[in-house]
Design a protein around this ligand. Structure first.
Ligand code: GDP
Ligand code: MG
Length: 163
């Protein structure tokens, strides 16, 4: 089955932008379940001569904060169960939100390696602002711009070092 890396994070941080940059081929899976639409996309990526599966999570619709919180817990739980490693993506342009905190709490106690990816670091000012994400409690932060590709190499070097 190979090594699987899941990209998790709250909506709009840039998960799908990174996913589309990483994959060579993709297959969209749409799963409708009791009013909540959840899509997970699966693809294959290659870096430094190593091939791995990538899972893009999220894309859910929510009607209340309660459902939102529940869905996020489910998403993170599936990612922890399915994946060998997790890219936890946050957005420097928005900063740390309550949902980032909630997801960080779930991921920190997982036994899987978690790579904190601070996305939308499009310029040097944002690189300075990105240091606030150290407070989420992970050893390292990986700053990147998924749109331009800056920083994705350093993130992927760290991810494939475990394969
Ligand atoms: P997702 O909901 O986490 O999958 O986020 P998307 O990949 O759909 O991206 C949400 C928005 O953020 C889109 O408008 C993207 O173009 C934008 N975005 C993604 N990555 C970057 C980035 O590195 N820099 C900037 N400025 N915008 C980005
Ligand atoms: Mg998406």
């Amino acid at each position: 089955m190979g090594y699987t890396v899941a990209i998790v994070g709250r909506p709009n941080v840039g998960k799908s932008t990174l996913f589309n940059r990483l994959i060579e081929q993709r297959k969209a899976i749409v799963d409708d379940e009791s009013g909540v639409t959840r899509d997970r996309q699966y693809g294959m990526a290659e870096w430094a001569g190593k091939t791995f599966n990538v899972v893009d999570t999220g894309g859910f619709v929510h009607n209340s904060d309660d459902i939102f919180e529940k869905e996020i817990r489910k998403q993170v739980k599936i990612a922890i169960d399915e994946a060998d490693a997790i890219i936890f993506m946050v957005d420097v342009a928005v900063g740390i939100t309550d949902l980032d905190d909630a997801m960080a709490n779930l991921l920190r106690v997982s036994k899987k390696p978690v790579f904190l990816a601070v996305n939308k670091v499009d310029n040097s000012q944002r690189a300075l602002e990105a240091t606030e994400f150290y407070s989420l409690g992970f050893d390292e932060i990986y700053t990147l711009s998924s749109i331009s590709g800056t920083g994705t190499g350093e993130l992927l070097d760290a991810v494939v070092a475990n394969i």
